[in-house]
Structures are given as structure tokens and as C-alpha cells.
Design a protein around this ligand. Structure first.
Ligand SMILES: [Zn+2]
Length: 393
């Protein structure tokens, strides 16, 4: 397999097969309803959401890759013109609905493209993913790991989504007279909203397009577009701002919550207090099970809920893995080589910088896939998607 045969989350010309890890906008840049460059492989849920995102798309070009099963790919060698066979397996990335990693195997060895992923160490669902990945490798190692390096820096240490969800609940219940708005993307954070609804026995307002997405996903009927039915509204992230909150507070007391692994970057207004680590920090610390007792504790770096503005809380609810989770993942995979998929970022960090001790670059490969030639590995390149740091979905 040569460069140009497979592209993941990249939509330029020159590849034979195209793969889509998930439907966030920073992974579909260049993809449109008039796409005609070849088949697109994706998960079943992504395929279901696809027509909603790309109306009039030629759906005969979509190929569903079922999670956990090897899927045979037919390719043509660019060098010889002869058929080349490879296989791919999709593994749940637990990032947003439909998000998957792709594990490729062929004469080139094993390539793993994570896309965006969150595998919490304490997560049962992530454990299932780990088992699936190890079973698929069957003792072989990954030759090239394309890694979600969004938070591949030791300063990024935040709790599990379960813990962060409780922080959101605490904010809401501590402010019973306030309306609440929560900034979300067009896809993702559904589990957080379901949790809030379940615990507080309340409906969640979403905008009409988002309600359609919830219906397509088959989620419980707890979402509404009627503001009179609830004090909690999930709003598009782009409309979440201090100005929006000020406007809302002119009518009713309203608090904004931004769930994200990144602190919501907004300096407090002059003269306004910005107490970092608010009163919720005690609650947070008592409930946090993170990090695990692995001799690498970084409690002092643990971000807690922050109140950036009198109307706005930032909660570290992230759909990307934090640094300790990335580290555990790389330790699990033991790749021969590793590359970050976030490549056009002002805060890009080559994952090798912090995790070089976990890769096997100077060790012989143990790959057992038939007819593998070591010298072929370096020739294989999967085109990588690129995204900007300010679009961490
Ligand atoms: Zn994403």
C-alpha cells in the first residue's frame, strides 16, 4: 500500500478509499453533498446522521463498517497496478455518537487511526474498546499510531465525564432560581444532557435542528423546543458568550455552563471577580476518583470548576482523552511510530515529545500479519485530517 490509497477524515483528491471517523465539522472540511471521489467508510450511526448533515448526498457511496468486525478492502497498488487487499476494523471511540477509531491491517502491518477519542481509564465502555483492540491485534503491535493529541500535554489533566457531569448537576441545583444555558456542538454531550434530565427530572430545551438529531439518534423523549417547559437550555456553542448571558440576565437570572476540556478562554471584565476553583471544588475533589493511584498523581494540576465570569462556569467535561489517558492508551498500543492528528494547531505538541519512551521505534516489530515486510511500513501513509486548535469538538 502506498501513500494515496487510504485517506481518513481528509477529502482531497488522490485516494482510493475514504474513511470518516465522526461527523464533527473539523473532520468533514472539504466534504460536501456533491462528493464523487469515491466510497466513504463510516460507522452505522454516522451513516444514519449523514443525510441530515449532507442533504442530497449520493448515499450509494456510503459503506458501513460495523464495530468489532474485520471488513475487507479492495485496493489497487499504485506501483504495480495489481490488486492489494487490506482489512479495517472500527472500534468505538466514545467521543460523540457514531465516532470510531479505524484499525487497518495488511502487508503494511497495523495502522491505528484514533480520530477524536475519550477512553477514560475507569470507563466500562472504554474497557470493552480496549479488549476489542487487543483481540484484533492478537499479539501483534501497531506499526503507526495516528493519535488524538488534542490534550497531549501533562498540563491537561481533568476528571472523567461522570465526575464532571456531577459538577454540572451541583451548579444547577445550587442555583434553583436561575435559568441555565449549556454550550454544546451540533453533535456530542448527549450523555451529559440525558444525565441532567434523569437526575433532576427535567426536560432539556434544544434548538430545532438539534431536536431532529436527538430523534435520529433514538434518544429518550426528554428534549423539547418549548422554553416554557424547562429552565435548562442547551444552546449552540457559537451563541454562548458573555454578551448573550448579559442579555438573558436583563430578563431573568441565568447562568451559563461551558463543558469542555479546555478552560473557556475569556478574561473577566474589569472590576469583576473571577474566583478560580469556586465553591464546587470541594465537592469535586471528594467525588473525584481521578487520577488512579499509578504513582503518577498530578492532583496539583487538576482543574476544577472555574467561574470565569459572574454568569459563566467552565466545567472540565471533555470528549477528548486527557493526558494520563493518552499515556495509558499509548502504553497499551505500544506503537512502533506515532503521529498526532492535530497538526495545524498553534498549541500542537508532537506526542512523541512526551511519550517517546512508550514507542518501539528502535525495537524489532512483532507483527505477525502474513507477508509483512518491514521495509514496507515506512512507505505507508494514511492521509491525516488537520484541524485548528480553536475547534476542539
Ligand atoms: Zn470531534
Amino acid at each position: 500500500m502506498e501513500s494515496g490509497m487510504i485517506a481518513v477524515d481528509r477529502w482531497t483528491e488522490g485516494s482510493q478509499l475514504y474513511f470518516l471517523t465522526h461527523l464533527h465539522a473539523d473532520h468533514t472540511r472539504g466534504l460536501s453533498s456533491t462528493w464523487a471521489r469515491g466510497p466513504i467508510f463510516c460507522s452505522r450511526i454516522t451513516a444514519k446522521l449523514f443525510p441530515f448533515r449532507f442533504p442530497d448526498f449520493n448515499l450509494s457511496l456510503l459503506r458501513v463498517v460495523e464495530v468489532g468486525s474485520w471488513h475487507t478492502l479492495s485496493l489497487v497498488s499504485l506501483a504495480t497496478g495489481s490488486p492489494a487487499v487490506a482489512e479495517v476494523m472500527a472500534i468505538d471511540a466514545h467521543h460523540c455518537p457514531g465516532s470510531v477509531m479505524f484499525l487497518f491491517r495488511g502487508e503494511f502491518g497495523y495502522l491505528l487511526y484514533t480520530g477524536d477519542f475519550r477512553w477514560e481509564i475507569t470507563s466500562e465502555m472504554a474497557n470493552i474498546g480496549r479488549s476489542m483492540l487487543l483481540n484484533a491485534l492478537n499479539g501483534s503491535k501497531v506499526d503507526v499510531l495516528y493519535l488524538d493529541n488534542t490534550y497531549c500535554n501533562p498540563t491537561y489533566c481533568f476528571p472523567s465525564r461522570e465526575v464532571a457531569a456531577q459538577q454540572v448537576i451541583d451548579i444547577i441545583t445550587s442555583n434553583p432560581e436561575h435559568d441555565i444555558i449549556i454550550g454544546i456542538d451540533t453533535l456530542g454531550k448527549e450523555d451529559l444532557l440525558l444525565h441532567i434530565s434523569h437526575v433532576l427530572k427535567i426536560k432539556i430545551w434544544v434548538w430545532p435542528e438539534r431536536l431532529r438529531t436527538m430523534h435520529l439518534l433514538g434518544l429518550p423523549d426528554i428534549f423539547t423546543t418549548k422554553t416554557s417547559l424547562t429552565r435548562i437550555r442547551a444552546v449552540p456553542r457559537y451563541s454562548f458568550s458573555i454578551d448573550t448571558l448579559k442579555g438573558l440576565n436583563a430578563m431573568r437570572p441565568t447562568l451559563g455552563i461551558m463543558p469542555s476540556g479546555l478552560p473557556w478562554v475569556m478574561k473577566p471584565l474589569e472590576g469583576e471577580k473571577s474566583p478560580s476553583c469556586s465553591t464546587f471544588s470541594d465537592t469535586f475533589e471528594s467525588r473525584s476518583k481521578w487520577p488512579p493511584n499509578d504513582g503518577n498523581r498530578v492532583d496539583q494540576n487538576m482543574r476544577c470548576v472555574e467561574r470565569f465570569h459572574q454568569y459563566i462556569y467552565s466545567v472540565p467535561y471533555s470528549d477528548h482523552s486527557c493526558f494520563p489517558e493518552i499515556k495509558e492508551f499509548v502504553r497499551l498500543v505500544q506503537p512502533l511510530n506515532m503521529k498526532g492528528i492535530v497538526s495545524l494547531s498553534s498549541c500542537y505538541v508532537d506526542p512523541v515529545y512526551y511519550l517517546s519512551h512508550l514507542i518501539r521505534s528502535n525495537q524489532p516489530s512483532h507483527t505477525t500479519y502474513s507477508n509483512l515486510k518491514r521495509e514496507d511500513v515506512g512507505k505507508v501513509k494514511v492521509k491525516r485530517e488537520s484541524k485548528m486548535a480553536n475547534s476542539k469538538a
